[in-house]
Design a protein around this ligand. Structure first.
Ligand SMILES: [Zn+2]
Length: 397
């Protein structure tokens, strides 16, 4: 069944404000959409997802495709209201639309970035599955790299905070009670251009490929987690999950010359990448005990596995967000005197460290996608297929 509808509304760009030459800092959506499939069917098929099954174990073979195949229909309407951009909007649970939108307005202290690469990771997958804290409609994509109007090649640190609370004044911006991420609570890189604060820009070296730049944001998470773990040369390290976060942790461990770096993942391609980065033991399932263990997945099963892999008085660091709750054998945990540490996002310094680490990445690990290839990838993830090492939207290619 083919549904047709018209979406007419205003999308407020979260970072735009007044003081511009276009006081109507709103973005008018102006597309007639045509969806292939019945959305009602798609949503009811999606219902079991909200119970939070384990990442990588769920199967949703009957999820109806909601692809808006608009590429041939898009007619740019420049001239009436300024530049028109293409953008992917998350409109609800498993509802992603390719739209023409008016270019956002840059307010004081803000700059345009032409998006060269917007990496697609766990946040985008989970946002598509359940928008959660996102304000809809939302342009996802928080791992952004691109070029400014002045020609600067930059990565965008998406973390925004108040700058005045106790935690911000101590440099712990991710602990700010009003933190936001560009591409989560405001609009991000799944568009040809994004407006960001000038303070969010981190310069990229000229010789870094855009594919390597796709790893900068996840690796910045890894650098923060690595620091919080206290891991050092001589420690044995295990990493559950070899997506962007896991590969970043392998790079950290290799940089620190750790004697044993073990990685668990179901994807042979991701395990090959981990090996090339320096892992010396890779498999679908790890055994043994390690000084420091990282869980980058966040499912109940992965978290329990990571804690079980941690030796007595060792450290287990949790980064993954697949499920909200953690269930452990508290008696065993207490008697073994293990430490569990949470690690969330990064600082500008972590971004700068990550830029050095991503030089270890091969550009072949990145699958470059067009706008219309993003939703099929997310549906593949929903079906439990995480074989892609790293995917990234290339909006201006
Ligand atoms: Zn603050």
């Amino acid at each position: 069944m083919i549904l047709q509808w018209v979406l007419q509304g205003k999308l407020q760009f979260g970072l735009a404000d007044g003081g511009s030459d276009r006081p109507e800092a709103a973005v008018r959506l102006r597309r007639t959409h045509r969806a292939i499939s019945n959305r009602k069917t798609s949503r009811s098929a999606a219902a079991p997802l909200s119970t939070g099954h384990d990442l990588g174990l769920s199967r949703f073979g009957s999820v109806g495709l909601c692809l808006q195949r608009l590429s041939s229909e898009i007619r740019l309407q420049a001239g009436q209201r300024g530049r028109i951009l293409k953008a992917l909007l998350l409109e609800g649970e498993r509802r992603l639309s390719l739209l023409d939108i008016d270019a956002p307005v840059a307010g004081p202290g803000q700059v345009f970035v032409d998006v060269e690469v917007a990496s697609i990771g766990g946040s985008e997958y989970l946002g598509y599955k359940n928008p959660g804290i996102r304000r809809l409609p939302n342009i996802m994509g928080h791992g952004i790299a691109g070029v400014t109007a002045e020609g600067r090649r930059v990565a965008v640190n998406p973390l925004q905070s108040c700058g005045t609370c106790d935690d911000c004044l101590r440099g712990r911006y991710q602990l700010c009670s009003s933190w936001e991420l560009i591409g989560v609570q405001s609009n991000g890189g799944f568009a040809q251009k994004v407006v960001v604060p000038a303070t969010a820009l981190v310069d990229l070296p000229d010789d870094l490929s855009w594919e390597q730049a796709a790893f900068v944001e996840p690796f910045a998470n890894s650098v923060n987690a690595w620091e919080l773990s206290g891991a050092d040369t001589g420690d044995t390290v295990a990493i559950v999950g070899a997506g962007g976060l896991g590969l970043g942790l392998v790079a950290c461990a290799a940089e620190a010359d750790c004697e044993e770096i073990a990685v668990a993942d179901l994807s042979s391609g991701r395990l090959r990448a981990a090996t090339e980065l320096g892992a010396n033991s890779v498999s679908a399932d790890l055994t043994g005990r390690y000084d420091v263990v990282f869980d980058t997945v966040g499912s109940a099963e992965a978290r329990q596995k990571a804690i079980a892999l941690t030796r007595k008085s060792g450290t287990c660091v949790l980064l993954g967000f697949a499920t909200p709750m953690l269930e452990i054998d508290a008696g065993d945990f207490i008697r073994s005197q293990k430490r569990i540490v949470g690690a969330f996002v990064y600082s500008v310094q972590h971004f700068m460290n990550a830029i050095q680490l991503v030089r270890r990445c091969r550009r072949e690990w990145v699958t470059n996608l067009t706008f219309l290839e993003v939703e099929p990838l997310l549906l593949k993830y929903l079906d439990g297929d995480f074989s892609t090492v790293k995917a990234a939207l290339r909006p201006n290619r």
